[in-house]
Write a protein that binds this ligand. Structure first.
Ligand SMILES: [Zn+2]
Ligand SMILES: [Zn+2]
Ligand SMILES: [Zn+2]
Length: 504
């Protein structure tokens, strides 16, 4: 820790530094907004740093840097509003380009984006050597500093006190002990989060508010939920009232929050800080159901996106009991076998899946001459194996309350387990889910909490025309982006939960 404080100087108070890592999507999120406000509070100090490190001849330039910096902030907030409305992405549509392949494309379309200005301002800092904070401190009388620090929040105060001795003397160690009070819990995690880059061998535990040593550094493996898998020694590991945050993926599989931290740290700082993202992909079959699943993750703009493809072979004309047996897991509180967000019971996701299953053509039945002739007819004029879904079940669905999208398909897949070679190819229902699991800053981060049903979130305002599915798929292939139209999974936002919407 002392090592950190010595070399730390004011680096983690630099607003550009914190911005550059997150660059996070213009999607509105309270986390991002909070950081913006946070940066603004720090600006007095960072501007002082600019003036300090520039020679007198360049002071005016530093002043203009400040102006552009302020402009950046206001326009950044502005752009947050614009994308949440219609404007930002309308311009995209005018170019005829609806996909979101690269940042480059965005910078071409939207030349006045806040990011480009922030990058320019950041470039101005390159080559300016860091100065000891003590020199900076001595430039102003202590009374001026006292006035400045009055404007800082608890996390900023603690960071400044952590930067060097003069500031610690000014602020006192109380700025740290204050963080232990329950009302400063969020500020404590904010402060601890800023030390993340300096602690590759540790991981911040959100149950304890402590950086624990990673006991399997680099070897952390995601395991099914019934396997004990401690990645650090945490006294709260068996504390039922303060459980580690996790997101349910499928039956018996979940994503614990520490793995989200590890992936995002590994991408943001260095591979040493986390685990490779490809080590998270899985392909497995449920033990008690007919479903197979494939999970894959990708990081875009500092956010972890997840895709789960679940499929199961389905027979035509299933009666209601057969549908239930196919879709819901009795051992997992009658949750669907495929991956869902916390809001799956509300709206029309389950009716749409059932609708898709109803489109499997039924072979002829009956006996006697009529039955036989129908069977002969069927044999020579088999219905086309590719099923076209109806307008009810075909569109992609977006959960209005969290950043999750679903696509339901009927595919013809090979069933190697069937001994009858004539039945090798069968119809399978495929449900694909894409979710944005947030920036990994905390289990309270907006997207993560929304997917778990723990935060208010309006996905259509936040995401606009930019589909998570499109963003995800464009990371792998430019050509095969799902082109379905997007509808709301729960258009009237009626929440009936367990009771309603004939989900079962
Ligand atoms: Zn802990
Ligand atoms: Zn249908
Ligand atoms: Zn949802």
């Amino acid at each position: 820790m002392t090592d950190v404080s010595r070399k730390g100087s004011l680096s983690f108070l630099n607003p550009f530094k914190t911005r550059s890592g997150s660059r996070s999507s213009s999607r509105a999120s309270s986390v991002v907004d909070f950081k913006i406000g946070d940066d603004a509070r720090k600006s007095s100090i960072s501007t002082a740093t600019i003036k300090e490190t520039n020679s007198s001849g360049r002071t005016s330039r530093a002043g203009s840097a400040k102006n552009s910096l302020e402009y950046t902030r206001s326009s950044r907030q502005g752009s947050t509003l614009a994308t949440t409305g219609e404007d930002g992405w309308d311009r995209d549509a005018q170019t005829g380009e609806r996909k979101d392949h690269t940042d480059l494309l965005h910078s071409l379309v939207d030349e006045s984006t806040a990011e480009s200005l922030a990058d320019k301002a950041q470039a101005m800092f390159i080559g300016i050597p860091a100065k000891p904070a003590a020199d900076l401190f001595s430039r102003f009388p202590e009374g001026v500093w006292r006035r400045i620090v009055e404007f800082l929040g608890p996390a900023d105060k603690a960071s400044l006190a952590f930067s060097c001795k003069p500031f610690r003397t000014l602020l006192g160690t109380r700025s740290w002990t204050d963080l232990n009070s329950p009302q400063n819990r969020d500020a404590k995690f904010d402060f601890l989060g800023r030390l993340d880059e300096q602690l590759p061998n540790h991981l911040l535990c959100f149950q304890c508010g402590i950086y624990h040593v990673r006991t399997q550094k680099g070897q952390e493996v995601l395991r099914p939920t019934n396997v004990s898998n401690p990645i650090f020694n945490c006294p709260n590991v068996f504390n039922l009232e303060n459980k580690v945050a996790r997101h349910r993926i499928t039956v018996g599989r979940a994503l614990p929050f520490p793995f989200v931290q590890l992936i995002l740290r590994g991408q943001k700082y260095s591979p040493e800080h986390g685990i490779p993202i490809d080590s998270m992909s899985r392909r497995y079959k449920d033990r008690d159901g007919e479903w197979t699943h494939q999970t894959r993750y990708v990081v875009v703009n500092g956010h972890l996106l997840m895709r789960v493809i679940s499929s199961a072979f389905a027979t035509p004309a299933l009666p209601p009991a057969g549908l239930r047996r196919l879709l819901y897991s009795p051992s997992d509180n009658f949750n669907p076998y495929f991956s869902v967000c916390a809001h799956w019971r509300d709206g029309n996701l389950m009716p749409a899946v059932k609708c898709a299953l109803s489109h499997i053509p039924k072979p002829p039945e009956g006996s006697g001459i009529a039955g036989t002739s129908a069977k002969v007819q069927y044999h020579f004029h088999r219905p086309h194996p590719i099923i076209t879904l109806c307008s009810e079940c075909r569109p992609m669905r977006r959960c209005p309350e969290c950043p999750t999208e679903y696509l339901i398909e009927m595919r013809v897949q090979e069933d190697r387990s069937d001994p009858d070679p004539r039945k090798l190819f069968k119809h399978a229902v495929v449900v694909t889910r894409w979710s944005d699991l947030g920036d990994g800053s905390s289990p309270k981060s907006l997207e993560w909490a929304a997917c778990n049903g723990e935060a208010e979130y309006d996905s259509f305002t936040a995401l606009g025309k930019r589909a998570i599915s499109g963003t995800f798929e464009s990371q792998f292939t430019v050509d095969q982006i799902p082109g379905q139209k997007m509808v709301s999974m729960n258009p009237n936002k009626i929440k009936l939960g367990e009771k309603g919407h004939d989900w079962y």
